[in-house]
Design a protein around this ligand. Structure first.
Ligand code: TYM
Length: 332
């Protein structure tokens, strides 16, 4: 059976981008057709300046939201990365296979490191090695497919390279994974700055729709979205980035085709209204289920405990095999 693995980093409240780009497919498609593992990758949240209490809070919220989107622990495995030591253990071995040049070429590293330096801060070494830990997340579980948004393309490509290199040097140990992306909304853009991704760690609150935003907040944010100087509603990323973003969001929420939808609108106002309505409807059941789950924290804890035990059992044989293959003595 195909093995699917994906993760979500608890650096901030989850957004519509996370949902449309990744999480929704995990719940509606992946968990039904594959052996799937979904992970709150909390170690990754330590790569930038962080507040320990907030990371704990956001990690718990991310796990609860995963379940609220319809991910069913009866069908798949849901766990927290730091509960399964195999991820960090494997990461070190993979650091001995990856090169510093590969790390420095990663676009996300360059952008985030530049942002940290602009703020006058220093760049944590773990930010540089982040993609190796991500490769470990994927490879430890012998993953075939990694369902992610467009921004993770380069990281998954690196995981493929590392897997192939390790196999070639030390004998076949890892499955070489491949990324999968949604057909629409693989890159949801910030509503205020449609040239940048809607990212949960960004500061621009009005440009980001959070999964737990109240309906009137969602309507206000979409109503105030930056549109383009022209008047016609066209799907054109270069010339009409704001309108194209709204069309992509609307299409993803209604199951339509963004180019076909463009032809049905003659004003930005109507497009914004329909997009806001569609987003509110898509998020309603997630918010409702999240509220129910918050009333029962011991249920979520139990899911994470079982999930960690299952994930450990999946990862351990592969990580142990990698330790032997690379030349380490078996424990005595
Ligand atoms: P993260 O936490 O930034 O995002 C989680 C998932 O949401 C997708 N995503 C988006 N999709 C469309 N439009 C957007 N604006 C948008 N923003 C985020 C991401 O592509 C991702 O699929 N490095 C990863 C976490 C990670 C991981 C892994 C993923 C760690 N280990 C192993 C897969 C497999 C990250 O920071 O995702």
């Amino acid at each position: 059976m195909t093995r699917v693995f994906s993760g979500i980093k608890p650096t901030g409240h989850l957004t519509l981008g996370n949902y449309l780009g990744a999480m929704r497919r995990w719940a509606t498609v992946d968990q039904h057709r594959a052996e799937a593992l979904f992970c709150v990758v909390d170690l990754h949240a330590l790569t930038v300046d962080h507040d320990p209490a907030r990371v704990r809070r956001v990690s718990r919220q991310a796990a609860t939201l995963l379940l609220a989107t319809g991910i069913d622990p009866g069908l798949c495995t849901v766990f927290v990365q730091s509960h399964v030591d195999e991820h960090a253990r494997l990461s070190y071995l993979l650091e001995c296979v990856a090169t510093d040049g590969e790390m420095r070429r990663m676009v996300q590293y360059r952008e985030k490191a530049a942002r940290e330096r602009d703020r006058g801060g220093s760049v944590r070494l773990s930010l540089l090695t982040y993609p190796v830990l991500m490769a470990a997340d994927i490879l430890a579980h012998r993953t075939d497919e990694v369902p992610v948004g467009d921004d993770q393309r380069q990281h998954v490509e690196l995981a493929r390279d590392i897997a192939a290199r390790f196999n070639q040097r030390y004998g076949h140990t890892f499955v070489v994974p491949r990324a999968t992306h949604p057909e629409v909304a693989a890159r949801v853009m910030n509503l205020q700055e449609p040239s940048s991704k809607m990212g949960k760690s960004d500061d621009s609150g009005p440009g980001i729709v959070y999964l737990l935003d109240e309906p009137d907040v969602v309507r206000r944010k979409i109503g105030r979205a930056v549109t383009d100087s022209g008047q016609d509603v066209r799907h054109d990323r270069e010339e009409r980035p704001g309108v194209t973003n709204l069309l992509e969001i609307l299409a993803a929420c209604t199951g339509g085709d963004p180019e076909a939808l463009a032809g049905t609108y003659s004003s930005y106002g109507a497009l914004k209204k329909d997009t806001a309505d569609a987003v509110v409807e898509v998020l309603r059941p997630v918010r409702d289920r999240h509220r129910e789950l918050c009333a029962d924290p011991s249920y979520v804890e139990g899911v994470l405990r079982d999930g960690a035990a299952r994930a450990r059992a999946v990862a351990r044989p592969t990580v142990d095999a990698a330790y032997r293959a690379i030349g380490l003595l078996p424990p005595v």
